[in-house]
Design a protein. Structure first.
Length: 609
């Protein structure tokens, strides 16, 4: 007697249900997708007992006659695939014909449906995989599907479910995600008689995003038209402050289908390099529209994962789209914070950038540790190479700020419409602009500017270097020495002059000029440790991730610190450089550089409105 036998239809359906029906939210997903494929414009979902007691999905779609209702509960019966080749270009959300028979095998299922033009509808009742009754019934046009006593015949499945609140949250998530793909349709969710979600039809996709994310600020608008067979990208990303370590905050839809895809997530994260702190993930929603033949949706039992035919092209398009959106944000932020012109106070002598020059560096007026503030007159902070030979410094010496003309009259307290009020807590610059209070983190701002200087110099092979009068000797561990040998060319390009002195001993003869005030041994050992351990940081454009990490480390070390007290001229110099920079809103590690507070927000703090 043969050991292999064909499974009964009932048992096969129960096995299929194990893949399709994982939890109540899985049932809601399959039924709502059927409603969407059926042309519905309104979809109402009701649940009781977090979906275990009842799931009811009602729509106003095209409906089914009696023959179609009976076919719908048969396995692999579908109206969405007419021929074999259709599987290669699926445009509908469902296509396998497994959902209803699988759901019916683990529940008491009722289908009530009436197509347009028919006087009566059809009611079919299935109890745990067995058809009990089919008859005519009065009903509205469209379809109503009720699922009761889910997993009633497989109680062991209930043990794997979470709390009722968690299961309801999963159902909410399904409806929110599907609604993002069709903002022109209305969705609602009622749980135990209480309205949980009400998502009206929206002509504007941005408004649907606000509905889903509870009024969160839409930070970056991503919009890239399709090129050839590539994807068109549309979506919004939220402020990094809204982001969380959980990647579920980034909702992805491909051809209106909610999916999970590493290619898309990686591209978005790479495009937001410099905006996200370590451990943060982007939040928002992205819709990709791509020819159906360019994506395979038949690779996952629940159709949650997909496979692109040309993933590298999709990745490239997404990185470019997100990067361009970030660039537009920088331009907008600059316009909001800095105006193009400012009135010149009488008797004021201005530098080339329209900012008062600092007073001569004499006496105790400016602390030596603050000299690297990027004053407009200092060539090292303008990305320029000085024509003069670089002066020689002893290790640990401070580079001096050049003497500049004394301004004729009181120091200016304003740059580009941004009025400087002063410094708070020896860390924050407090400014005012047109009904806004602007708070700037001096370390984060300076770090970003130095990073931009170093990055530009690295790409141009023009990082200014500072010779040391007395070379510094380094005794390295084996891992550090190997990292130095492997990355020696890059370190040279960054401005370090290094010479092998035998075994694990190296001599430092020069350092990048921007880091000249840092003890060379400390800086290099930290850099080599980072290279030896490797960096998970993504590269930016033509700069490898490990080098980008070095640039960020060097900028952080060289930037002014919390606790450094600044003179007004130094603060204005910092503001001037921010206004000139292409990227100033976040430090290279992703921390925000500034925050703005409107007069209304401040009034609300004090209950004045």
């Amino acid at each position: 007697m043969s050991k292999i036998r064909v499974l009964s239809e009932h048992l096969a359906n129960r096995i299929a249900a194990g893949e399709v029906v994982e939890r109540p939210a899985s049932v809601v997903k399959e039924l709502v997708e059927n409603s969407l494929d059926g042309g519905a414009t309104r979809i109402a979902v009701q649940v009781e007992g977090s979906g275990i007691g009842l799931i009811r999905v009602a729509d106003n779609g095209e409906g089914m006659d009696t023959d179609d209702v009976l076919l719908a509960i048969e396995r692999h019966a579908t109206s969405k695939l007419r021929e074999d080749s259709s599987l290669e270009a699926i445009a509908t959300l469902g296509f396998r014909g497994e959902a209803l028979p699988s759901i019916g095998s683990v529940s008491r299922l009722t289908i009530l449906s009436r197509p347009a033009g028919k006087a009566t509808g059809t009611r079919a009742e299935i109890r745990y995989g067995i058809l009990h009754a089919v008859h005519e019934a009065g009903c509205s046009e469209g379809t109503v599907v009720e699922v009761r006593a889910l997993f009633g015949n497989v109680p062991a499945r209930k043990k794997f479910l979470k709390s009722g609140r968690t299961e309801l949250l999963h159902i909410e998530e399904v409806i929110r995600n599907l609604s993002l793909g069709r903002p022109d349709l209305a969705f609602s969710l009622e749980a135990d008689g209480r309205k949980v979600l009400e998502l009206p039809a929206r002509p504007d996709f941005a408004q649907r995003v606000r509905d889903v994310f509870a009024g969160a600020e839409l930070w970056l608008e991503v919009d890239a038209p399709a090129e050839g067979e590539g994807p068109a990208v549309r979506g919004f990303l939220l402020q990094p402050d809204f982001s969380a370590a959980k990647t579920s905050r980034l909702r992805l839809l491909v051809n209106a289908r909610p999916v999970q895809d590493r290619v898309i997530r990686h591209a978005v994260t790479e495009g937001l390099q410099g905006f996200l702190m370590k451990g943060q993930s982007p939040a928002g929603v992205l819709l990709l529209t791509i020819p159906p033949g360019e994506v395979d949706v038949n690779v996952h039992p629940a159709k949650q994962e997909i496979r692109f035919r040309r993933p590298q092209e999709v990745h490239r398009v997404l990185v470019r789209a997100v990067t361009e959106a970030a660039r537009r944000y920088q331009d907008r932020a600059r316009d909001e914070i800095f105006t193009l012109r400012r009135p010149e106070p009488p008797g004021a002598e201005l530098g080339s950038s329209g900012v008062h020059r600092a007073r001569p560096a004499v006496g105790p007026r400016v602390q030596p540790s603050l000299r690297p503030v990027p004053l407009p007159s200092h060539p090292l902070y303008r990305g320029e190479r000085s024509a003069e030979p670089a002066p020689v410094f002893l290790p640990g010496d401070e580079p001096f700020a050049p003497a500049v003309p004394e301004p004729e009259g009181p120091p200016a307290q304003e740059f580009a419409g941004l009025k400087l009020i002063g410094q708070a807590l020896e860390l924050y610059l407090i400014c005012e602009r047109e009904g806004q209070l602007v708070v700037i983190d001096q370390h984060a701002a300076h770090e970003r500017l130095l990073y931009q200087e170093l990055r530009t110099g690295y790409l141009r092979h023009q990082v200014p270097r500072q010779s040391l009068m007395f070379p510094v000797t380094l005794e390295l561990r084996r891992g550090q020495a190997e990292a130095l040998i492997e990355n020696g060319g890059e370190l040279e390009r960054l401005g370090f002059g290094l010479e092998h002195f035998g075994d694990e001993t190296w001599v430092v003869k020069s350092v990048p000029a921007l880091t000249a005030r840092i003890e060379p041994r400390e800086l290099l050992l930290e850099i080599l440790d980072g290279l030896a351990e490797g960096s998970s940081r993504e590269g930016t454009g033509s700069i490898p991730g490990r080098i980008d990490h070095l640039l960020a480390t060097m900028a952080c070390k060289a930037a002014i610190k919390a606790g450094n007290r600044l003179e007004p001229e130094e603060m204005l110099g910092l503001l001037a450089r921010m206004g000139e920079s292409d990227f100033f809103s976040h430090c290279p590690h992703g921390r925000p550089v500034f925050r703005s507070f409107s007069a209304r927000e401040i009034a609300q703090w004090f209950k004045r409105c």
